[in-house]
Design a protein around this ligand. Sequence first.
Ligand code: HEC
Ligand code: HEC
Length: 313
Amino acid sequence: MEVPARRSPEFLARGRTILTGFGMKSTLRTAAIVGWLLVPHGVAAQVDARVLARGEYLFRAAGCQACHTASEEGAKPLAGGRAFETPFGVFYSPNITPDRENGIGAWSDADFVRALREGRGPDGRRYYPVFPYTSYTHLREADMLAIKAYLFSLPPVAQPDRPHQTGLLASGMGMRFWRLLFFRSGELSPDSGRSPEWNRGAYLVRALAHCGECHSPRNFLGAVNGKHELSGNPSGPDGKPVPNITPDREDGIGRWSDGDLADYLKEGLDPDGDVAGGAMAEVIEQGLSFLSKDDIQAIIVYLRSVPAQPGAP
Ligand code: HEC
Ligand code: HEC
C-alpha cells in the first residue's frame, strides 16, 4: 500500500493566495481540477477508501443486504433468491454481486443510477415496487454511486436469478399503469424552512432507510399512501402488521422519549424492555445499529414532525 503524499502547508497557503488573488469561482474550480490531476496516486486511493466506507454506511442504512440475500442458512450474501410473497405474486430478489453473468458486474454507473432513480433495468424493463426504488429514487446521485462502489468491492457470486411468479396485475402493462399513477421519480429537495437536522432525518426516513415502505399504509394497488405517512400498515412484509410511528400519543410513538426512540433504533429495546421482532429486528441489526448518533437523532427529529395520526393497524 502506498503511503499517501501530503502537500506541505506552505504549498497550500501559496495556492490559497493565488486563488484569492484571482477571486473567481471558476478559477477555483479549474485550480481544484488541476490540483486533483496533480495529486499522486496515494491520495486517490485514500479518496477511494473514503468513498467505500461511505458506500458501506449508506448500503447498511438502505437495507440492501437483507432483501438481496436468501433466507436459507448459509445463503451467499447479496446473491439474491429471497422470496417476497405479495398479493400480486411471488417475487425473488436478484443477484446484485459484481458477477458479470449473474449479477450486476457488467453494469455502468448510469445503469445503476437508472435502476434506483427510475426503477428500470439496463434493458428498459420496469421493476416491480417490491424493490423500493419508490424511495431510493429520492437519493442523491453521489450516494447511489458510493453504494455501487461498495457493492463492486465485494466478491462476485455466480448464482443465477430465480424468475418471479406474477399474476395479471403485475404484467408489463400493469406496471406501466401503476407507475403512471403512483411513481414520481427524483431526488428529495431539501426544505429550506427546516433545520439541516430535520432535512437529514427526512432524507434518512423517506429515501435511504425507506421507513414508510413498511410503516405507511398501502392502497389496494399496493402503493404507499403518502397522506397517512408512517401511520402503520395492517399488512406489512409477510402480511404482518407494522405499527404506527407518528407522534400520536395513543397509537404512535408520542409517549416515547428521545432516549426511548434512540435505544430502540440503535439496540432494538423498547420502553417496556421488549425486543424488536420481525422485519424490524433485521432493519435494526443490519442497518440502524450502524448509524451515527447524529443520524439517529436526525431520524427522531423527523419522526416528531410528521402529523400525528390515530389508528393502530
Ligand atoms: C424490500 C426488499 C429490497 C430492498 C430493501 C432492496 N432491494 Fe433491490 N430488489 C428487490 C427485488 C424484489 C428486486 C427485483 C425487482 C424486479 O425484478 O422487478 C430488486 C432489484 C434490484 C436491482 C436490479 C437487478 C437486476 O438484475 O436487474 C438492483 C440493482 C437492486 N435491486 C439494488 C438494490 C440496492 C443497491 C439496494 C439498497 C440500496 C436494494 N436493492 C434494496 C428487493 C429489494
Ligand atoms: C422492512 C420493514 C420495516 C422497515 C423498513 C422499518 N420498520 Fe420499523 N417496524 C417494522 C415492524 C414489523 C415493526 C414491529 C416490530 C415488532 O413487532 O417487534 C416495527 C417497529 C418499529 C418501531 C416500534 C414501534 C412500536 O410501537 O413498538 C419503531 C419506533 C420503528 N419501527 C421505527 C422505524 C424507523 C424510524 C424506520 C426507518 C429508519 C423503520 N422503522 C423501518 C418494520 C419496518
